[in-house]
Design a binder for this molecule. Structure first.
Ligand code: ATP
Ligand code: MG
Length: 544
C-alpha cells in the first residue's frame, strides 16, 4: 500500500529490520495479535497499520492472530467485530488467520518439556502467597516451598491438573527461573492456572489455561514471526519472552520490539474503560459515534483512509505522548474535503418571505457539487418565495463585523440573489419567528452583475422543496481538564436539507455548506426518518 510507505519517514523499527535483513533473514513476518475481549479502538489501528504496513513495505507477510488464551473475558462477538474492523481499515491477512487456542496442545507439550528439563514446577501457594513470596523492586523474592519437587512428581501433578483432579486456583505450574532476579517478571512466573471456564473455541476441553507471558512468545515462535511488535509495557517482559522461546527450544527466534501506545486527548481509550461506558449505558453500544472504537468512528463517518493517514502522521516511537485529537480530525477533514458533495442544510430554520418574489414562481438554480473538484459536476436546487435560513445568520441589531443578514444590509443567498431584510416578525415573547425580505432580480448568481458587492453569503433552503432530517452532534467524552463531559450528544430534529439528497445511501458523505461533514447514522436512520451524524466541523473546534 503506497499510502503506508513507512520508509519515507523511517523509524527505529526499520533500523532493526534493515539490520536483520542484512544477516540471515530474508523475509519479515509480523502479526497483529488482538485479544477478543472487546472492540478495537484507534490505538489498535496504530498497531494494525504498523504491522501490516511493515509486511507490505518489506514484501513480507502479516498474520491476524487472536490471542484467545483467557476465556473469562472473551467472546465470539468480539472476534467477528475485529475481523470486520481490520477489513474495513483496508488490510488483508489473506489466509493467515490464526487462533492461539489452536495451539493449546503445543503449549501443553512445551510445559511438559520445561518440567522434564527441571525448569517448571507445580506450586500450591495461593495467589496471595505467590504475591507475598514474589518480593518487591528492592527486595528479592523467596523460593516457594514446592520449588524442589522431583520431575516425576511435577509431571504427575501437572497431568492431574489437566485431568481436572484439582479445584480451580488450588495449584499452578510455574517456571523455575530466579526468585532473586532484579526483574520481577523472572521470579518464577505462573505459566498455567486451573480454571473451569468454557472457551469459545475449545469449549470444555481444558480446565487449565496458559498465562499470557508464556503463551505469547510460543505463539510467535510457532508462526515463525520474525518481529513481534508490542507496546512499551512489555519491555520488562522481554527477557522472559526470550527465556520461554529458548527453553522450549524453538528454532525460530522472534525479536520483540516495543513502541509507545497511542494516547489521544479528549477521549477514553482502553477496552476496559470503554466496556464500562457500554455496559453502564453511558454510550449507545460499542459502535457509539462518540467512542474511539473503530466501529464507532466508522458509524460516525470517519474513513479508513483518514485513519491510515493519521497513523502515518503520528509515526512510531518509544516515548509516550498524548496526541491532540485535532490531528485526527484534521486527517478526517482532509480526506473528506475533495470526496464529499457539498449541499445546503439548515439546522435551525428561520422562515424568510421574499415579498417581491412572485407567489407561484419556482426557479431551478445550479450549484457545484464541490467547488474544488469541477469533475464532480453540478446539481440543481429550487428557489421560491419562501425559504429557510439559519436562525444564527440573522441578527436584528448587528455589530459592524456581522456580514450576514441584518436590517437594511444586503447578503447573498448562495447561488441565488441578494436579499435585504425589511421587517422582523416576532411572537408574543419577542422571539423572531419570520423575516420579510426583498430581493433584487438583477443580482442573480452567474448573471455577471457587478454594480454592488455584498460582504457575506449565506445558505438557504426552499420551503417548497426540502427533506426533513434529524442531526446528531457529538462532543468529546472528556472536557479539557480531563473530567467527564456530561453533555456529549445534541440531537436536532426537523432540520431542512435540499432535496437533492433524497436518495442518500448509507456510507455517503456530505459537506453541509458552512457547517461540516455529515453522514447517515446506520442505526437510527429508517425508511421515513433520515438521521445524520456530524462527522467533523469544517474548522478545528478549538479555534472557534
Ligand atoms: P487495551 O489497553 O485497550 O485494553 P490491549 O493492549 O489490551 O488494549 P490487545 O487486544 O491485547 O489490547 O492488543 C492487540 C495489539 O494492539 C497489541 O499488540 C497491543 O500492544 C496493541 N495496542 C493496544 N492498544 C494500543 C494503543 N493504544 N496504541 C498502539 N497499539 C496498541
Ligand atoms: Mg490486553
Amino acid at each position: 500500500m503506497a499510502e503506508n510507505n513507512l520508509s519515507a519517514t523511517g523509524n527505529f523499527i526499520h533500523n532493526y529490520i534493515n539490520k536483520d535483513l542484512e544477516g540471515i533473514l530474508n523475509k519479515i513476518h509480523t502479526r497483529f495479535p488482538p485479544e477478543p475481549n472487546g472492540y478495537l479502538h484507534i490505538g489498535h489501528a496504530k498497531s494494525i497499520c504498523l504491522n501490516f504496513g511493515l509486511a507490505d513495505l518489506y514484501g513480507g507477510v502479516c498474520n491476524l492472530r487472536f490471542d484467545d488464551t483467557n476465556p473469562a473475558k472473551e467472546d465470539n462477538e468480539y472476534v467477528q467485530s475485529i475481523i470486520e474492523d481490520i477489513k474495513w481499515l483496508g488490510f488483508d491477512w489473506q489466509n493467515r488467520l490464526f487462533f492461539a487456542s489452536d495451539y493449546f496442545d503445543i503449549f501443553y507439550d512445551c510445559a511438559i518439556k520445561l518440567i522434564k528439563k527441571g525448569k517448571a514446577y507445580v506450586c500450591e501457594l495461593t495467589a496471595d502467597e505467590i504475591k507475598e513470596y514474589r518480593g518487591t523492586l528492592n527486595q528479592p523474592g523467596k523460593d516457594s516451598p514446592y520449588r524442589e519437587r522431583s520431575i516425576e512428581e511435577n509431571l504427575d501433578l501437572f497431568e492431574r491438573m489437566k485431568n481436572g483432579e484439582f479445584s480451580d486456583g488450588s495449584k499452578t505450574l510455574r517456571a523455575k527461573i530466579d526468585m532473586a532476579s532484579s526483574n520481577i517478571n523472572m521470579r518464577d512466573p505462573v505459566i498455567y492456572r486451573i480454571a473451569r471456564i468454557y472457551h469459545h473455541n475449545t469449549k470444555n476441553k481444558w480446565c487449565i489455561y496458559p498465562m499470557y507471558d508464556f503463551a505469547h512468545p510460543l505463539e510467535d515462535a510457532i508462526e515463525k514471526i520474525t518481529h513481534s511488535i508490542c507496546t512499551m509495557e512489555f519491555e520488562d517482559h522481554r527477557p522472559l519472552y526470550d527465556w520461554f522461546i529458548n527453553e522450549c527450544e524453538f528454532e525460530s527466534k522472534p525479536r520483540q520490539i516495543e513502541f509507545a501506545k497511542l494516547q489521544l486527548s479528549r477521549t477514553i481509550m482502553g477496552k476496559r474503560y470503554m466496556k464500562e461506558l457500554v455496559e453502564s449505558g453511558e454510550v449507545d453500544g460499542w459502535d457509539d459515534p462518540r467512542l474511539a472504537t473503530i466501529s464507532g468512528i466508522r458509524r460516525r463517518g470517519y474513513t479508513p483512509q483518514a485513519i491510515r493517514n493519521f497513523c502515518e502522521k503520528i509515526g512510531v516511537s518509544k516515548a509516550n505522548s498524548i496526541v491532540d485529537i485535532n490531528l485526527l480530525e484534521h486527517c478526517v477533514r482532509d480526506d473528506l474535503k475533495l470526496k464529499s458533495k457539498v449541499v445546503m442544510a439548515v439546522l435551525n430554520p428561520l422562515k424568510v418571505v421574499i415579498t417581491n418574489y412572485p407567489e407561484d414562481k419556482i426557479e431551478k438554480l445550479t450549484l457545484e457539487n464541490n467547488p474544488e473538484v469541477v469533475e464532480m459536476g453540478k446539481h440543481q436546487v429550487t428557489f421560491s418565495r419562501e425559504i429557510f435560513i439559519e436562525h444564527d445568520d440573522f441578527m436584528e441589531n448587528a455589530p459592524k463585523k456581522f456580514h450576514r443578514l441584518t436590517m437594511g444590509q444586503e447578503v447573498r443567498l448562495k447561488g441565488a440573489y441578494f436579499i435585504k431584510c425589511e421587517e422582523v416578525i416576532k411572537d408574543e415573547d419577542g422571539n423572531i419567528i419570520e423575516l420579510h425580505c426583498t430581493y433584487d432580480p438583477q443580482t442573480k448568481s452567474g448573471s455577471g452583475f457587478n454594480q454592488r458587492k455584498v460582504k457575506g453569503t449565506i445558505h438557504w433552503i426552499s420551503a417548497k422543496d426540502f427533506v426533513n432530517a434529524s442531526i446528531r452532534i457529538y462532543d468529546y467524552l472528556l472536557l479539557e481538564d480531563g473530567e467527564k463531559n456530561p453533555n456529549t450528544l445534541k440531537v436536532i430534529d426537523n432540520c431542512k436539507i435540499e432535496s437533492s439528497i433524497q436518495n442518500v445511501q448509507l456510507g455517503e458523505k456530505f459537506q453541509f455548506m458552512r457547517n461540516g461533514y455529515f453522514t447517515l447514522d446506520s442505526k437510527y436512520t429508517s425508511e421515513n426518518n433520515l438521521v445524520f451524524n456530524k462527522i467533523v466541523g469544517l474548522k478545528s473546534s478549538y479555534s472557534k
